[in-house]
Design a protein around this ligand. Sequence first.
Ligand code: NAD
Ligand code: UD1
Length: 340
Amino acid sequence: MKKILVTGGLGYIGSHTVVELQNSGFEVIIIDNLSNSSLNVLEGITSITKKPPVFERLDLRIKADVIDFFQRHENIAGVIHFAASKAVGESVAQPLYYYENNISTLIYLLQECKAHSINNFIFSSSCTVYGEPDSLPITEEAPVKKATSPYGNTKQISEEILEDTCSVHPQFRCIALRYFNPIGAHDSAMIGELPVGVPQNLVPFITQTAAGVRKELAIFGNDYNTSDGSCIRDYIHVVDLAKAHVVALERLLKKANASNFEIFNVGTGKGTSVLEIVEAFEAVSELKLPYRIVERRPGDVVSVYADTTKANEILEWKAERSLKDALSSAWKWEQHIRNL
Ligand code: NAD
Ligand code: UD1
């Protein structure tokens, strides 16, 4: 059984990926500092897979602890690095916190990978690196635009760090996955997204509104140049996204990679507007969602969705779950955590 380190493995995408890794026969060690997660997630994972993953509460910003971790754990075959802070608005208010948490942690991990000859590395990147695209759907060849937030900049800088590292260590293999908009939860409703405080992202805000926790959804603008005036995104079921990590990891472990730094878009290839999401949510929940149209949100791109040809053909991975599946799993999860 190959041993895989998953940083941020108690977070939203990390926890779903841990489940898919365990179900594919990998042994998983999780590092998480619980800054945006809780120990209950470990129970949720275990209730699905029946195999408790090894867990270490550790802050990756503390270099000495990272060094110590790798001295204590031998034979790690690969690393999937999710741990980071991800709130765009917060990153504008606290840039140094974001640069430290998202960049120093990557550097410490890479230094230890090098020291211990761990040569397979998957990185969580984001479609945010494309900014406002010049053409749609976006391929991996589209230019990386100047980031509109420190958070987005950390993803760009991280990709550069990885590319530079790969260029001088040919034995080191890395795949950066550029996620589009992950939504939904595990079908079991044992794990899902747990936003702290008021959700900034659309789907958790919708499910909390439906659960009566929020009064109404504010839709940020209906005067964009899109079919119905609201913004368009590529919403991908988190379980499909989790599976993409397993496939990418297997590619690296088999040394089937075409170059030692590869980038893949991970989305569905379909663009959906905010109003279409509301309509689809109302259909799956059989509820009327209270909403009103408000001002545009500063920094929002108008329309972004992936060209997934590269992942489809090279990784032989494709998003399989529908938007309806994703929204109904998100709603089931919200009902589970609210005891509805
Ligand atoms: P999340 O906040 O749910 O998970 C991140 C986990 O990392 C949390 O459990 C947190 O406690 C942990 N963590 C943070 N800093 C840490 C540190 N210094 N040491 C140890 N653990 C630490 O976020 P997520 O949505 O699962 O995102 C995972 C990754 O994917 C992040 O890198 C994020 O930037 C990236 N990403 C997310 C999205 C999205 O929409 N959710 C989109 C694109 C990219
Ligand atoms: C944002 C970030 C992205 C990050 C991702 C995960 C920007 C420009 N992008 O994506 O880098 O990886 O979050 O943290 O900030 N919406 C509403 N009402 C709401 C919430 C959202 O109308 O209450 C709309 C937004 O205007 C947007 C869509 O819903 O059009 C999706 O928003 P959101 O879930 O926040 O994701 P992104 O902005 O696409």
